[in-house]
Structures are given as C-alpha cells and as structure tokens.
Design a protein around this ligand. Structure first.
Ligand code: UT7
Length: 333
C-alpha cells in the first residue's frame, strides 16, 4: 500500500547487538538429553547468545538502536517515532519502547511495542513506514529485540536448543523520491493456529499463580513439527505473493534475508523460489532463533559485510507465533 507516489521510506541506518555470552550445543548437551549432532543436523544451530541477569530486552534494544543511529549519521533529536517488535517486553507494561526512549535520550516521541512474534520486525517496519507517510515523521527507529532466554524452559529439550537473545535496529527516513527503499510489504495471520506456539501462562487468560508456574506455563510451548510444516508453506507463499504483487521475479532478488528459525525451512524456501543458497543471508548457526530480532541482526551483518549494494533488491520473509507472517521488498538506495 502506498500513500503518496512521490515519497518513499528508506533504511538509512542499521545496527545490532548480541550479548557476549555464547551458549554452545555441547554445553546444552550437558543440561538436557540432546547432542551437538542432533541440533546441527535438525536445525543448523551451533551456538546462541544469552543475556546476563542484569540485561533486559530494552538494554539489548538500546544498544542495537545506538549503532543504527550512528550508522545513519543522525542524532537522538532527529528521531520522531520509535517502534519495537518483541515478545519479551521488560514488563507487561509500560511498553519496552518507553524504556528505550529514556535510555537513548530520545525526545517525547510516540513510542510503542508491536507483538507479532518472529514476524514482529517486518510488522513493525510496515507500521512505522505507514505512519511516516501519513504523519510526515522524517526519521523513525524500528527495533526487533528479544531476551528469549527469559521465557525458555531450560529443561525442555524440544525448545531450549532453538532460541537465543539479541537485538537489531534500523533507522527509517522519509525521502522525496518515488519507488525506493521499502517498496512493498505484505502481512497476514491465522489465529486458528494460535495455540501451537505460545506462552500459555502469565497473561489475562491464566494469570501467574503457583500452579501455572509449577506447570511451566510461563515458558514457550511449541508443537515443533506442526509449526515446521506451516512455516515452510507460509514462507514460500509469502515470498511468491510479494514478488507477484510487485511485478518482480525471483531472479531480480539480490539477497534474501529470511527469519532465522531452521536451516531446513530456509533450504525449502530457496528450492521453491529457485534462488541459490548463496543469495540467502544465514546466521542462525551463531545466534539460533532470536524471534523479532533475527531479521535485523542478519540485515546488519549482511550490510556490514558488503553483501548489499545500492540498487539491490532485498527480500525479507518471516513467520512466527500467532501464527503470523510477513514479507517485505526493499530496493536499497
Ligand atoms: O520462529 C518460528 C517458530 N519456530 C520454528 O519455526 C520451529 C519449527 N520447527 C522446527 O524447527 C523443528 O520441528 C524442530 C527443530 C523443533 C524439531 O525437529 P523435527 O525434525 O521436527 O523433530 P521432531 O519434533 O519430529 O522430533 C524427532 C525426534 C523425537 O523423538 P522420537 O519421538 O522420534 O523418539 C523428539 O523427541 O527428536 C526428538 N528430539 C530431540 N532429540 C535430541 C526433540 N528435540 C530433541 C533434542 N535433542 N533437542
């Protein structure tokens, strides 16, 4: 959807932050009944980062956002809007963006969180883009940040091997030029599958009690196999849909930055699109699945490693709890 034909929203700065503590598969195999070999062959993950007890999601987010600001050449006073995608807010309320606003010394700008699980960054970027075009905000900070270790059951081998902590951020800027930057985004959700990937306890449906804690309801619950099948279908469909809507072909895409959940899901996507794996950015081997942070962390690495050039078409595609999905096409300025 486009509000004006002569303005666009570009990504003018990129940054990320991952806590220094590395948790390897070998260490995990000493905690639960698993092995490095199982985790690597089923997921592609070798290690993940884990935040310290003193670090909250807003700390990770603020560090990533400070990097993105530096990269853009702008200062805190230039930012007119702040939106964060996260499922691990510092507190149920106030929103995490308010803590980040304070930590970065931003102005008294609109600041809020978006909860769309692993699709959170793309949802957030589209909401910010739309608000910029409607309300004229010149620059916005968009962040995906997660401390998934805080909702991971470290005794459940079916989930604890998958997730990690981290944050990625972009600065979005409004430019007086058509058809550049974020040229199209599609989003969707299927609430009939809401229960196959969720944190069932601690919300208004089941407020925390001794019983909900004893039943581990405050941790991530996932029917992995079920999620896997839907992920492959929906990621492929979203990628094909957005290309068709934009009148573009898979050959036009210079780089695909997919949500980093499982190597096998990404391989299926590559095969379906007919795009070689060398045109995919993959870093889940070092970070695991960081939910809303996964795409912006991968974008930051790709940008810093010179994998994105002016004029390149970059395809982002994500899938997550909800079940939600989203895809974005960005023509790099
Ligand atoms: O971010 C978006 C949301 N998340 C995802 O996209 C995740 C999607 N799902 C997946 O990536 C995969 O389903 C998993 C990696 C979670 C699991 O892989 P799978 O090939 O679907 O394995 P499975 O769940 O079918 O389990 C196969 C076997 C089972 O044993 P039995 O029943 O065959 O004896 C599991 O108990 O592997 C066992 N298993 C493990 N074994 C060693 C499950 N987890 C582990 C483990 N280590 N960590």
């Amino acid at each position: 959807m486009s509000f004006s034909t002569d303005q666009s929203v570009i990504i003018s700065g990129v940054g990320s932050y991952a806590p220094p503590r590395i948790l390897t598969n070998v260490e995990l195999s000493q905690m639960v009944e698993t092995s490095d070999e199982w985790i690597r062959t089923r997921t592609g993950i070798r290690e993940r980062r884990i935040a310290g007890p003193e670090e909250s999601t807003s700390d990770l987010a603020a560090k990533a956002a400070a990097e993105a600001l530096r990269d853009s050449g702008l200062t805190a006073g230039d930012i007119g809007l702040l939106v964060i995608g996260t499922v691990t807010p510092d507190m149920p309320f106030p929103n995490t963006a308010c803590f980040v606003q304070q930590k970065l010394g931003l102005g008294k700008i609109p600041s809020f969180d978006v909860e769309a699980a692993c699709s959170g960054f793309l949802y957030t970027m589209e909401i910010a883009r739309s608000l910029m075009l409607v309300n004229g905000y010149k620059h916005a900070l968009v962040i995906g940040a997660e401390k998934l270790s805080s909702i991971t059951n470290w005794e459940d081998r079916t989930t604890c091997v998958l997730f990690g902590d981290g944050a990625g951020a972009v600065v979005l800027s409004l430019v007086d030029e058509p058809d550049i930057g974020i040229i199209r985004t599609i989003m969707g959700a299927d609430g009939t599958e809401a229960n196959i990937l969720c944190v069932p306890g601690g919300g208004s449906a089941s407020p925390s009690t001794v019983e909900t804690i004893e039943r581990s309801m405050h941790y991530i619950h996932m029917q992995g196999n079920q999620v896997f099948k839907i992920a492959v279908r929906v990621m492929c469909q979203s990628a094909l849909d957005i290309l068709e809507k934009a009148g573009l072909a898979a050959e036009d895409v210079a780089l695909v930055i997919p949500h980093q959940a499982n190597n096998r899901i990404i391989e299926a996507l590559a095969q379906r699109l007919g795009i070689g794996m060398e045109r995919f950015k993959i870093n889940l081997d070092r970070y695991g699945n960081t939910s809303a942070a996964s795409i912006p962390i991968a974008l930051d690495e790709a940008w810093r490693n010179g994998r994105i050039r002016s004029g390149d078409l970059v395809l982002f595609v994500a899938f997550g709890g909800g079940l939600t999905w989203a895809a974005s096409l960005v023509k790099w300025h």
